[in-house]
Unconditional design. Structure first.
Length: 201
C-alpha cells in the first residue's frame, strides 16, 4: 500500500471514530443536561444569591472551554457559586461527559436557574464565550456537528422567559455589541440589566 493510500485509510478510520464518538455523546446529552440541572441547589435564605450560567460555544477551539472553566472556578472560589452554577461546554473531548451548549440547553438552563432564584432579589450572571458574527449570532459548534447558532434575539427571549429581574450578561465574542442592542429592547427596567461585551484579538 502506497503512502497516500495509507494516509487516506488512516483519515477514514479517524473520521469513523469521530462519528461513532459523536453519536454516543449526543445520545448521552439529555441525561447529562438533566443531571447538571438537578444539581442546582435552592437559594440560601436571608441574603442575595448569585447564580451563574457559563457557555463555551465553539468546540473547534479549546480556548472557549478553557475560558469558561476559568470563570466557573473563579466564581466558585470568590462568590461561592458552587451548587448555583451550570456550565454548557462544546469541546472535542467532553461531549460524552458534560452538557453541550445548544439553543435548547441554554433555554433550559436559564429556566431551571430562574426556578431556584428569588427572581426579584437574586442576581443571574451569564457568561458567553465563542465566535460571533455580523448577524449578532454566537457560534455553537461541536467538531463534526455544526449546530444552530445562538442569536441575540433568542438569548434575549430566553432571559425574559426566565423571569429574573437582576441580570449581568458578559459576551466574549466578535460583534458582541449586538447583544447590547437586543437587551435594550427589554420591556423590563433598564436599570436591572448590565451587559458587557468585548472581543479579544
Amino acid at each position: 500500500m502506497c503512502s497516500s493510500d495509507l494516509l487516506k485509510k488512516q483519515q477514514d478510520e479517524e473520521t469513523q471514530r469521530m462519528r461513532s464518538n459523536l453519536e454516543a455523546a449526543l445520545y448521552a446529552q439529555p441525561a447529562l443536561l438533566d443531571d447538571a440541572l438537578a444539581k442546582l441547589q435552592p437559594r440560601t435564605p436571608d441574603k442575595i444569591n448569585l447564580y451563574l450560567l457559563s457557555v463555551a460555544g465553539d468546540g473547534t477551539q479549546e480556548v472557549f472551554r478553557r475560558e469558561t472553566e476559568f470563570v466557573q472556578r473563579s466564581f466558585a472560589e470568590r462568590f461561592a457559586t458552587a451548587g448555583h452554577s451550570v456550565a454548557l461546554i462544546n469541546a472535542k473531548n467532553s461531549a460524552d461527559q458534560l452538557p453541550i451548549a445548544t439553543v435548547t440547553s441554554v433555554r433550559r438552563a436559564l429556566a431551571a436557574i430562574g426556578a431556584r432564584m428569588d427572581k426579584t432579589q437574586d442576581i443571574l450572571f451569564v457568561y458567553l464565550s465563542s465566535h460571533g458574527s455580523k448577524e449578532h449570532e454566537l457560534s455553537l459548534d461541536l467538531p463534526g456537528a455544526p449546530l444552530p447558532g445562538l442569536s441575540a434575539a433568542a438569548l434575549h427571549e430566553a432571559l425574559e422567559a426566565s423571569g429574573v429581574r437582576w441580570k449581568v450578561l458578559v459576551v466574549s465574542a466578535c460583534y458582541s455589541g449586538g447583544f447590547i442592542d437586543a437587551d435594550r429592547k427589554s420591556t423590563r427596567l433598564n436599570s436591572s440589566h448590565l451587559v458587557i461585551s468585548y472581543a479579544v484579538f
